[in-house]
Design a protein around this ligand. Sequence first.
Ligand SMILES: Cc1cc2nc3c(=O)[nH]c(=O)nc-3n(C[C@H](O)[C@H](O)[C@H](O)COP(=O)(O)O)c2cc1C
Length: 185
Amino acid sequence: MTFEEMLLKRESCRAYDPTRPVTREDLTKICEAGRLTPSGCNSQPWRFLAVDEAEARKKLCDALVLESGRTGAPWREDCNAFIVLIEDEAKLMPGVAEYYGTTQRFAQGDIGMACLNMCYRAMELGLSTCIIGMADQKKLREAFAIPEKHEIRMVLAVGYPKEDKPARPKARKPFESVVSFNEWK
Ligand SMILES: Cc1cc2nc3c(=O)[nH]c(=O)nc-3n(C[C@H](O)[C@H](O)[C@H](O)COP(=O)(O)O)c2cc1C
């Protein structure tokens, strides 16, 4: 598959096949894609917490529902694996943090890149993914004993899709409205 084909094929999957578990081997490969991602000053400000056992999955699924009852993943129970992406303290090169006033300036972008690398690696393995931005931080922290100082940035759902369907057309802003050459437009 060419990279262009991958760009058009990757999409958020919101219907998983609950009968097909994700192997530990594949989850490991996906986490490895995260680990190999570039980051500001090579600071690697991330931790990846893979969840594939029934009890842990139940705790994770509970945390995907906010106190208000809202959830970004109503389909969560059908998904057999998740990876929680957690921000870690970034150690930047001398002068960089001083300039920006924070060591975490690049961390969210770095974690976003890691997440997308993981999505593409999963896709290569025949798996589908959905990035979940909404999760109850307190419940997640308690469920997995994640220390207070670590911000939980996103949860990546990983599983086999319920159906093999052709990719949806991409709903994106027009090219001209987001790209300009040599001047701000
Ligand atoms: C930071 C972030 C948070 C997201 N949170 C959710 C979510 O909670 N639930 C969901 O179904 N999709 C979520 N998505 C998926 C986006 O809705 C999706 O990527 C976007 O609509 C583009 O569609 P595509 O991924 O199918 O190309 C999230 C994506 C990102 C990058």
